[in-house]
Design a protein around this ligand. Structure first.
Ligand SMILES: *Cc1c(COP(=O)(O)O)cnc(C)c1O
Length: 349
């Protein structure tokens, strides 16, 4: 009953096997190994982007920060939602790696920014000449931090606004696979065909030990990215262990299989919560995250039974048993139907 996050579970066994298999003999370092050539070819094929520049780093924060630094100047501002991981959960790393670019928060609904709010936020910046920030890239997250998804059409509307102002758009895809499975579209449709310039393609939350890919559809920025990654201390010398993980992830569409499992567990959990009656959903779950409100007494019952998740807005063991509190429930690939059913059984008491 572990629903605290999708990084608390195990890496998929085939990923660990791939790491062990890569631990044999000698190879070029720093991404010059043959495994990285295969990963690059596979991702280019998958994204229908033969010219794309592709790199691996070990954390999502590095992927986002180095990608955004590559798309911005130190005097720029990056447009994102308040709940964006780059705003709330990266300890100002995007500002640090970019050498000073700030973030401008765009209004959102269900963690999704609207084209109108984005247009207004962009228009409001750069009105102070040399005294204020200059307009920089837009960054959106799919699946969002609230477990909602942008459709390719939603994304195209936002990148269209960005393009009206000559701005680039980055996609934080820490849960790229969960969004893709939910939408049933192709990686290209969710990215460059919808106007996305750079992607953080997540792996860690979906079964890897610690690898995210950065995909730059405009390879003109490739060398700058490489310099920033090295200078930012994220160029691994034993890089073969990163490429081995990503290779296993892509092999036989494991990445899609794992995301489908996580999303299915989430759907099963959502269905059971709906049947419970006194559970209110803050957002219609579309991927592998649920935000649900229910009385404190039920939280207490679940936690006492060993369920692990974040109570978002209060203390489950405090005061009034009827006060509704919000649970954030995140399903990873490994929980499965048994985990969801155990949670629902504990909820019933
Ligand atoms: C988890 C996550 C990341 C990456 O986080 P790291 O801890 O740096 O690997 C990035 N974006 C989102 C939306 C996330 O949920």
């Amino acid at each position: 009953m572990f629903f605290a996050s999708d990084n608390g579970g195990p890496a998929h066994p085939s990923v660990i096997e791939a790491i062990a298999a890569a631990n044999d003999g000698y190879t070029s370092a720093y991404g010059a190994e043959a495994g990285m050539d295969r990963v690059r070819a596979h991702l280019r094929d998958l994204f229908e982007a033969p010219e794309a520049a592709i790199y691996l780093v070990a954390t999502g924060t590095a992927a986002n920060s180095i990608a955004l630094a590559t798309l911005s100047n130190p005097w720029d501002t990056v447009f994102c939602t308040a709940m964006a991981h780059i705003n709330e959960d990266e300890c100002n790393a995007p500002e640090f790696y970019s050498g000073g670019a700030k973030l401008t928060l765009v209004g959102d609904e269900d963690a999704k920014m609207s084209p109108d709010a984005l247009r207004a936020a962009i228009a409001a910046e750069e009105s102070r000449g040399v005294h204020g920030p200059q307009r920089g890239p837009v960054s959106i997250t799919n699946a969002t931090e609230k477990g909602t998804v942008y459709s390719p059409g939603d994304i195209a509307n936002l990148t269209g606004v960005a393009r009206d102002f000559g701005l680039k758009t980055h996609l934080d895809g820490a849960r790229f696979a969960n969004a893709l499975v939910s939408l049933g579209c192709s990686p290209a449709e969710m990215t460059w065909k919808a106007g996305i310039d750079a992607v953080s393609f997540g792996g860690t939350k979906n079964g890897l030990m610690g690898v995210e890919a950065v995909i730059l559809f405009d390879a003109d920025k490739a060398w700058e990215f490489e310099l920033r990654r090295k200078r930012g201390a994220h160029l691994f010398s034993k890089h073969r262990f990163l490429s081995a993980q990503m290779e296993a992830y892509l092999q036989g569409d494991l990445w899609l299989d794992l995301a489908a499992r996580a999303n299915a567990t989430c759907a099963r959990l959502a269905e059971g919560l709906k049947a419970q009656g006194n559970v209110e959903f803050l957002h219609e779950p579309a991927a592998n995250i649920i935000f649900a409100r229910f009385p404190r007494a039920l939280h207490k019952r679940l936690l006492d039974a060993g369920a692990q998740y974040y109570v978002w807005d209060g203390d489950a063991y405090h005061r009034d048993p009827d006060e509704p509190l919000t649970a954030r429930l995140v399903c990873d690939w490994s929980i499965g139907a048994e985990g969801a059913d155990a949670f629902l059984a504990a909820l019933k008491g």
